[in-house]
Design a protein around this ligand. Structure first.
Ligand code: DX5
Ligand code: ZN
Length: 230
């Protein structure tokens, strides 16, 4: 039921100015962001290369926001402990990279972080049916991972709707997060589909009005939409 959902804004630092990262993170935090989304890319699983545990460690004292690490990498188990130790509150792994998903989720929990899973656009929901009760959050990719600023794939929202219907039957359902192409054009359909954590990179950090004002405007629009559909 939409009115019972508190929707969280998760700015993705992928689109931030890395020369002024601390400053930009503080700006989105003060403006009301709820979570910081850190995209880790390995140049193999996705055709792009970004940051490692070092950046999570550097950000930890800069902000009180929970740091959520989205691992777009092969063999994520090799860095889970390092990310948890660096200060990640939540670690999200792609089911496509985890032949032993159950074990990997357990490793994240044992490392002291919240386990979460993510599905590429072509990966069906059935791949995570058996672990629904073991994750804090399910991330549905609404673009193919690798780059910011892409256009949302409409069929991914149908997956979000089906997942919402599935989770509504659970007592303590995990959150549903969407990642990719969330902006003014897609905000309402993403909310209507049932997402409750919105990753936004370019919509926030490339906004003409600046990241802080963008967070405030999205916050107002999200709250207004949720009230309207109450
Ligand atoms: C894409 C990343 C996203 C990216 C989203 O592979 O996982 O988190 O930052 O960027 P936007 O919001 O610009 O589509
Ligand atoms: Zn991401």
């Amino acid at each position: 039921m939409p009115h019972t959902r508190a929707v969280r804004i998760a700015p993705s630092i992928l689109s931030a100015d890395f020369a002024r990262l601390g400053e930009q993170v503080r700006a989105v935090e003060e403006a009301g962001a709820d979570v910081l989304h850190v995209d880790v890319m390995d140049g193999h699983f996705v055709p792009n290369l970004t940051v490692g545990p070092l950046v999570v460690r550097a950000l930890r004292p800069v902000t009180a926001l929970p740091l959520h690490v989205h691992l777009m990498m092969e063999k994520p188990e090799s860095l889970i402990d390092a990310f948890a130790e660096a200060g990640a509150e939540q670690i999200t792994v792609h089911v496509e990279t985890c032949p032993h998903l159950h074990r990997t989720l357990q490793q994240i929990r044992e490392a002291g972080a919240q386990p979460a899973v993510v599905l590429n656009p072509a990966t069906p929901l059935s791949t995570l049916e058996e672990v629904l009760d073991q994750v804090a959050l399910i991330l549905v990719m609404t673009v193919n991972p690798g780059f910011g600023g892409q256009t949302l794939i409409p069929s991914a929202l149908d997956k979000v709707r089906r997942l919402r219907a599935l989770l509504d039957k659970m007592e303590n359902p995990p959150h549903i997060e969407v990642d990719g192409g969330v902006n003014w054009d897609t905000l309402e359909e993403v909310l209507a589909a049932g997402a409750d954590v919105l990753v936004m990179g370019s919509a926030i950090f490339d906004a003409d009005e600046g990241p802080a004002e963008a967070v405030r405007s999205y916050r107002r629009a999200i709250d207004a939409f949720m009230r309207r559909t109450d």
